[in-house]
Design a protein around this ligand. Structure first.
Ligand code: ACM
Length: 521
């Protein structure tokens, strides 16, 4: 047994250390079973973009990538890994399992191997291990809000790599909100031309009277997004698009005033933070718009899930609108408030017709159509209610998974969502209410980074890490992986450094008790 057992985050289901090490060189040849080529391609990225050919294929190579559909016990993402002094055997029932195993191998190497600048002729020691590893939850997601502050696609690719390293498998892009629309839609070019730019941004939390006077803008090209989807897929990460409706839609209404609940009223892309009263209307052209937008979104993103937002939708404008009130009456709804669920049901039906599953944020635990996958965030109780109602549920409880909160109460923390601290332990202890009488299924956990107060990449890194390490440990390995987490994180940190991650504190002092209540979105 090695005196210093290798650390892998997330903690593998079973890991046994053996004496010795396998020496991995760029010249080490790979025995690749049919279908396992994507795992070889991912391993080869270790050699960096500028080096010559690495890890050539050979029928008698000592490094075996074995895809064996009979290994059904490992599920879609599990893998087995044996490192012996003279051979490496990575095996899985599906290619995604092999991709997860490659990430474990990357962590077993010296941290400098991850830098993308390997020295020519490097001989890396892989410690001998025997690992069997199967995830606890099939959905281990991360959401980045690129609507409040746009980020270039280069940053998104870097985050794909960081998520994949931690075996996180869903990357949701929050592409539209009151403050910006970031995805081009061919039939509606004004969405990005007008909706992709705001005149300035509020400084400080919702309700502040200070503005920065600086325009903020940005939008992706369709080619950037399709390239990102392929880049993520090669790493076993699914890009999930998020298009907000019927609230959080001010940028769309700024671009197309005819779509608002007060049709024709002109508004600017929102410059404030908080919950905006401007919502989409419920007249028929709005649904034509939603279907056209979602058809293009579905074209670009092959993801089985399409996130429709659905959160924080004030019904004030509908209540004041004779058109909306008449629509509610004609549909037999109790009142304009019920237009929210009705709206989502109609748009969700279109997503379902296209063979995809709609996802929405749970607001109250009630009201979402049963075919929706529900993402709960406000109250743990909503998770229990949604499970009982038979939904597929993803928990993103804000006290454990919202990375826009500060991670310590230190005055040196950069600007963060006010109202509390979400420390490493809170992230690791993300709990979901257990119940015997649930008809639904807990699909997994989701972390969210809203960006009202974040634009610089180093600030994003600071908020995301090391908390995503704790999140990954919890989502892949379960609660049992907490013991020694801090020690494991200390061993893991050089990998983050080698990858250029400007992470937050690894061992913060204990924060003050959480204050209660999320102040705004
Ligand atoms: C949310 O935080 N408004 C989902």
């Amino acid at each position: 047994m090695s005196a210093h057992p290798p650390v892998v985050i997330p903690q593998p289901t079973q890991i046994a250390h053996r004496p010795g090490a396998f020496t991995l060189r760029a010249s080490t040849s790979l025995r690749i079973s049919p279908g396992a080529e994507p795992a070889a391609a991912l391993l080869r990225t270790l050699a960096g973009p500028s080096s010559g050919p690495a890890f050539p294929a050979s029928p008698d190579g000592p490094f075996v990538l074995a895809l064996d559909p009979r290994l059904t016990g490992l599920g879609a993402e599990g893998y087995g890994l044996t490192v012996a002094p003279d051979a490496v055997l990575l095996r899985a029932g599906g290619v995604t399992g092999l991709l997860r195993g490659i990430q474990t191998l990357r962590q077993l190497l010296p941290a400098r191997a991850l830098s993308g600048r390997p020295s020519p002729g490097a001989a890396w020691q892989l410690p001998c291990v025997e690992i069997t590893d199967v995830p606890r939850h099939p959905w281990r997601g991360f959401m980045l809000d690129v609507a409040r502050h746009f980020q270039p696609v280069s940053l998104l690719r870097r985050y794909v790599d960081l998520l994949a390293l931690h075996k996180l498998n869903v990357f949701q892009l929050h592409l539209t909100d009151d403050q910006g629309w970031r995805m081009p839609i061919a039939a509606y070019p004004r969405l990005t031309e007008v909706g992709g730019r705001r005149a300035e941004s509020m400084v400080g939390p919702a309700g502040s009277t200070v503005f920065d006077g600086a325009p903020h803008e940005g939008a992706y090209t369709r080619e950037e997004l399709t390239g990102l989807v392929a880049y993520a897929a090669a790493r076993g990460v699914t890009m999930v698009p998020g298009i907000e409706m019927p609230g959080h839609a001010r940028a769309a209404v700024a671009a197309h005033p005819e779509l608002g609940a007060v049709p024709g009223r002109r508004v600017g892309v929102w410059t404030e933070w908080g919950v905006c009263d401007t919502v989409l209307g419920v007249h028929e052209p709005v649904f034509d718009f939603c279907r056209t937008v979602l058809d293009e979104v579905i074209d670009v993103f092959p993801s089985p899930h399409i996130h429709l937002g659905g959160d924080e939708c004030p019904t004030k404008q509908w209540a004041a609108s004779p058109v909306a009130r008449a629509r509610a009456a004609a549909e037999g709804l109790a009142g304009p408030e019920a237009l929210h669920g009705w709206f989502l049901r109609r748009v969700g039906a279109h997503v379902l017709e296209r063979g995809r599953t709609p996802v929405a944020w749970a607001e109250t635990g009630e009201g979402l159509p049963p075919e929706f996958t529900v993402m709960t965030w406000r109250e743990p109780e909503h998770t229990r209610i949604a499970l009982k109602r038979g939904h597929a549920v993803i928990s993103a409880h804000h006290r454990a998974a919202y990375l826009d909160y500060a991670q310590t109460d230190s005055p040196t923390e950069p600007p963060a969502q006010p109202g509390g601290v979400v420390d490493l332990r809170a992230v690791h202890e993300h709990t979901v209410p257990e119940s015997d009488d649930t008809a639904g299924e807990l699909v997994g956990l989701h972390a969210a980074l809203w960006t009202e107060f974040v634009s610089a990449p180093e600030h994003l890194d600071h908020l995301a890490f090391p908390r995503l390490c704790a999140f990954a440990d919890r989502a892949w390995s379960g609660a049992a992986s907490w013991p020694h987490f801090h020690d494991r994180l200390t061993a893991h940190a050089p990998r983050l450094t080698a990858l250029g991650v400007r992470h937050g504190p690894l061992h913060p002092h204990l924060p003050a008790p959480h204050s209660s209540g999320k102040e705004q979105s």
